[in-house]
Design a protein around this ligand. Sequence first.
Ligand SMILES: Nc1nc2c(ncn2[C@@H]2O[C@H](COP(=O)(O)OP(=O)(O)OP(=O)(O)O)[C@@H](O)[C@H]2O)c(=O)[nH]1
Ligand SMILES: [Mg+2]
Length: 342
Amino acid sequence: MFVDRAKIFIKAGNGGDGCVAFRREKYVPRGGPSGGDGGKGGDVYFRSSSHLNTLLPFRFKQHFKGGRGGHGSGKNRHGKNGQDVFVEAPVGTQVVNDGTGELLFDFTEPGCVELIARGGKGGRGNAAFATPTNQAPRIAQEGKSGDELWVVLELKVLADVGLVGYPNAGKSTLISAISAARPKIADYPFTTLSPHLGVVTFDDHGSVVVADIPGLIEGAHSGTGLGDQFLRHVERCKVLVHLVDVSGLGPDDPVGAIKAINKELSLYDRELLGKKQLIVASKLDSFVSERLTAVEQFCLKQGLRLWKVSAVTGEGLQELKWAMRNTLEDLISEGGNPGGDV
Ligand SMILES: Nc1nc2c(ncn2[C@@H]2O[C@H](COP(=O)(O)OP(=O)(O)OP(=O)(O)O)[C@@H](O)[C@H]2O)c(=O)[nH]1
Ligand SMILES: [Mg+2]
């Protein structure tokens, strides 16, 4: 099961209390203060891992607590520091403070470690309060509380290219034809229920990461079909590949379908429409000529180039692969930052 949102409670450990104690030793009258400091509370860190691809584990465990610092004790013994806790999250996870909405961290690479909640400092024992005028202090500090907060985790897959289009447009078939990804393919709508990533490789060892996004339909923004929740995964794609089925099984009005998807994109977030789009007519092996012509006319009018492919015969796939790569490279060399914050 794919889960891309979770809310969890994080509590770093409290610091241990300082201790009030005095040295007692044979033949040493009035030994000085010897209360040790409390240990520091354990911190809570997040660590990104490329081995995870869902936030599902957070359905089962929602509370993460750093260890408590041990109390200080006599003979100047320092309390033990509380154990630090590392929470593993998939690459692409954003950690947001639920109370303030502040983005605490965005894990865009594997192996990043970030402190999210700091453990409380240990209190100082009375030995630390001794001064020339007060050589036998009877005070010690309490340990400080560790940070505690609710955080929302949002997983947004990190891909260069996002495939969008109506259900059955052939998105999953396309990704399985150009990469090693093997999502489920079937002739009913909403076969794909969660985003899948595929890596498209090139002979010169270049590569492009493509995300297969579940199908969208008109009204997705108000929850129709699978809704638009998966669009958060295209937020960070730099290029969108917009598939439209021009075969007999596709929509009667393919241009209307393109416009409907674009409308859903803009209703979700206007910025999505600003992303570079490659329009692709799919299922070219069984195209219906009025439908293909309508899409060609539309692209001509809009000044857009149209790619035509068949994932079944392989026609046009090389050109499309290179178009994805060249478009990405152009965006990078233009120095733009089309993927938002990545
Ligand atoms: N003839 C032909 N059929 C295709 C082609 N690509 C996909 N199909 C068929 O179209 C149907 C839908 O393909 P999918 O790849 O599952 O479509 P999808 O866009 O991923 O659909 P959802 O996951 O439901 O959004 C399947 O029956 C495929 O076999 C193609 O190039 N030619
Ligand atoms: Mg699919």
